[in-house]
Design a protein around this ligand. Structure first.
Ligand code: B16
Ligand code: MG
Length: 217
C-alpha cells in the first residue's frame, strides 16, 4: 500500500535546471569550455562536484581537486544569486496542485534532492509546508544513482521503500529509486526516463488520480 511520496526538487517541483544551465554556461564561457544543453541534461540529479567533472570530461580536460572546488563554488555563487528572483509563482505547472492534494489526503511527503541549495529553493517557493521530511545534498554523502537520499526520506517517514513513490526527472534518479526498492514516476521524455514504473511528459499530467490508478491505490 502506498503511504508516502518522495519528490526530487529540480525538474519536478520547479525548473531550476535552466538556472543551473545558465550558471554553468557562464563559468564555461569564462573558462573557454564547450558546454551546451545536451551536456546540461547529463547533470540532472548529480552533485555539483560530479557535474564539474562531467563538464571537464566533455572538454577532455583535467584539473586538480582544489581548483575544481574553487570553480564549482564560483558556479554556485552565480546559481544562488539567480535564486533570489524565484517566487511562489515558479512551481512547474501541476506540482503545487499535486502537493496540495497529497496533503489533503494525508500522505507522508519527503523531499529527496541532490541539491545543497534545496532549503533556499523551498523558501523562495514558500513550499516548506508541503513536506514532512527534507532530504537534500547535505543529508547523505552518496549521491544518485545511489539510493541513499530516498532511503533517508523513507526512514524519516517510518515507511518501507515499497510503500513510497519517488518522483524524478533524472535518469540517475530513477536508477536510485529502483536500487532502493521504491516505486518510481519519471517526469520527462521516454529516452531519458523509459525505465520508470510510470512516466509523464510533464508534472501537469501527473495527477493523484492518474498515479493512484497506476499503482492501484
Ligand atoms: P547544488 P535535484 C540536483 O537537484 C540538480 O538536478 C543537479 O543538476 C545539481 O547539480 C544538483 O542538484 C546539485 O545542486 O549545486 O545546488 O548542490 O534534481 O536532485 O533536486
Ligand atoms: Mg531533478
Amino acid at each position: 500500500m502506498i503511504k508516502g511520496f518522495i519528490f526530487d526538487l529540480d525538474g519536478v517541483i520547479t525548473d531550476t535546471a535552466e538556472l543551473h544551465y545558465e550558471a554553468w554556461k557562464s563559468l564555461a564561457d569564462e573558462m573557454g569550455w564547450k558546454f551546451d544543453r545536451d551536456v546540461n541534461d547529463k547533470l540532472r540529479g548529480i552533485s555539483r562536484m560530479d557535474s564539474i567533472k562531467v563538464i571537464l570530461d566533455h572538454n577532455k580536460t583535467a584539473l586538480e581537486e582544489s581548483k575544481l572546488e574553487e570553480l564549482a563554488t564560483k558556479k554556485n555563487d552565480i546559481y544562488v544569486a539567480s535564486l533570489d528572483h524565484m517566487t511562489p509563482e515558479d512551481y512547474l505547472p501541476g506540482a503545487k496542485e499535486l502537493l496540495t492534494h497529497l496533503r489533503a489526503e494525508g500522505f507522508s511527503v519527503a523531499l529527496g534532492s541532490a541539491s545543497k541549495n534545496a532549503i533556499k529553493v523551498l523558501q523562495q517557493l514558500n513550499a516548506n509546508g508541503y513536506f514532512d521530511v527534507i532530504g537534500d545534498g547535505n543529508s547523505v554523502s552518496k549521491s544518485k544513482p545511489a539510493p541513499d537520499i530516498f532511503l533517508y526520506g523513507s526512514e524519516k517517514m517510518s515507511l518501507q521503500p515499497d510503500e513510497c513513490i519517488v518522483f524524478e526527472d533524472a535518469e540517475s534518479g530513477i536508477d536510485a529509486a529502483k536500487a532502493g526498492g521504491f516505486h518510481s514516476v519519471g517526469i520527462g521524455p521516454e529516452d531519458r526516463l523509459g525505465h520508470a514504473d510510470l512516466r509523464f511528459d510533464t508534472m501537469a499530467e501527473a495527477t493523484l488520480f492518474e498515479v493512484k490508478a497506476h499503482f492501484k491505490e
